[in-house]
Design a protein. Structure first.
Length: 321
C-alpha cells in the first residue's frame, strides 16, 4: 500500500491579504487504496518569529533525506525524524522572510529559499550563513538591510523574482524563479533553463530529467544534460472538467511518465489598488484542494484524493512515506 506525506497549510476563515491567509502548517499521510488519511502534525510558529498582526503560518516545500524531514515555515527551518515526527532541529534567522523550500546538501548544510528577499542561502546546521545568492546576481543588501528583523515584516512584496525551490544537478546549485518562468544555476551563473508558459514551481530530479510544475496546470520535463525542455504536459487537457484545476504546485515523480501532482483551491485574497480600493483576486467555485495521479504517456487521470476535509487547503510538496 503506497503512502505519501502531503505538506501544506490550513487556511483562515474569511478573506485576507495573500500574505495573511494561513493559520497553521499541516502534514497529512495518505494511504492509497485504503482511503486512509492521517494527520501527522500541525504546527503554529511562536510569536517571537512572526509578525505581530495577522501572521500567515504554513509549512512550505520540504525535503526528506535519511529519514529526516527538512521543512520551512515563513520564518523558520525545522527538522523532524520520520515516521514519528520528533523535532530534532530548529533554526530561525532575522533575514528569514517567506521561506519556500529547504534542502540538505551532501556536506550536511542547508539550502534555504528565502523568497521574501529574492535569495538562496547556504547555512550550517548551527545557523552560520556560508553562502548567499541573489537570484539576479545583485547585491542583496543594497535593497534590504542587515539590521532589520524580516521575520517581523508581514511582506516584502512585490518580489523581483519570487524564487521558490532549490535543487542540485551534481554539485551545482539551481533555483527556480517563479516570475521569470525559469531556473538558474547559482554556482555557474551563465547556465539557465528557460521554461516559459506560466509561473514555475518545483524542480524534482528523476533519472536524466527534471520535473517542474506551473501554476496554470502544466508539468514540464527538462533534460538534465541539455538543459532544454523536452515535453510539456497540459493537465487541463487530461482532466474531465470545465472548472479551473486550481494552483498547481508540488509533484512526486513515480516513474518517467507517472506523477502525483498537488492542486490548491484558488481562494479570493485582498489586493489594494493605488487609490486604496480593496479588490478580490482569485475565484470561488474551483475544484477542492487535492492530489491527483496522471499517466502522462497515455494522457490519463488515474485517480484523485480530496484533502480539504482534513484541514489541508494549500499544498507545497508531496513525498513518498
Amino acid at each position: 500500500m503506497e503512502k505519501y506525506y502531503i505538506v501544506g497549510a490550513q487556511q483562515k476563515n474569511g478573506v485576507y491579504k495573500d500574505w495573511e491567509q494561513y493559520q497553521k502548517g499541516v502534514i497529512l499521510k495518505v494511504s492509497l487504496g485504503h482511503n486512509l488519511i492521517e494527520k501527522c502534525i500541525e504546527y503554529i510558529s511562536p510569536s517571537e518569529v512572526i509578525p505581530e498582526k495577522s501572521p500567515s503560518i504554513s509549512f512550505t516545500a520540504a525535503t526528506i533525506e535519511n529519514n529526516l524531514l527538512y521543512i520551512g515555515t515563513q520564518t523558520e527551518i525545522l527538522v523532524y525524524t520520520l515516521p514519528d515526527f520528533q523535532k530534532v532541529g530548529y533554526l530561525s534567522l532575522p533575514c528569514f522572510n517567506d521561506i519556500h523550500h529547504v534542502s540538505p546538501t551532501s556536506e550536511g548544510n542547508l539550502l534555504v529559499v528565502n523568497t521574501g528577499l529574492d535569495m538562496i542561502l547556504e547555512i550550517s546546521p548551527k545557523g552560520k550563513i556560508l553562502n548567499e545568492w541573489h537570484v539576479f546576481g545583485e547585491n542583496i543588501w543594497q535593497k534590504f538591510s542587515r539590521t532589520i528583523d524580516y521575520r517581523k515584516v508581514a511582506t516584502t512584496k512585490p518580489h523581483q523574482s519570487h524564487p521558490n525551490f532549490v535543487f542540485q544537478i551534481g554539485k551545482d546549485i539551481w533555483a527556480t524563479r517563479c516570475l521569470q518562468e525559469d531556473a538558474i544555476c547559482l554556482t555557474k551563473p551563465n547556465q539557465q533553463i528557460k521554461i516559459g508558459g506560466g509561473k514555475v514551481h518545483d524542480g524534482i530530479l528523476f533519472g536524466d530529467s527534471i520535473y517542474f510544475t506551473q501554476v496554470n496546470g502544466q508539468v514540464v520535463k527538462v533534460n538534465t544534460h541539455t538543459l532544454k525542455v523536452e515535453q510539456i504536459f497540459n493537465l487541463n487537457n487530461l482532466t474531465n472538467t470545465s472548472k479551473n484545476l486550481g494552483w498547481c504546485r508540488g509533484i512526486n515523480v513515480l516513474d518517467e511518465y507517472k506523477v502525483i501532482v498537488g492542486f490548491s483551491r484558488i481562494r479570493p485574497s485582498q489586493k489594494f489598488k493605488e487609490d486604496g480600493t480593496i479588490i478580490l483576486e482569485g475565484e470561488y467555485g474551483s475544484l477542492p484542494t487535492r492530489i491527483a495521479c496522471y499517466d502522462l504517456k497515455h494522457g490519463k487521470l488515474l485517480w484523485e484524493q480530496q484533502l480539504e476535509d482534513y484541514d489541508l487547503n494549500a499544498i507545497y510538496s508531496i513525498h513518498k512515506a
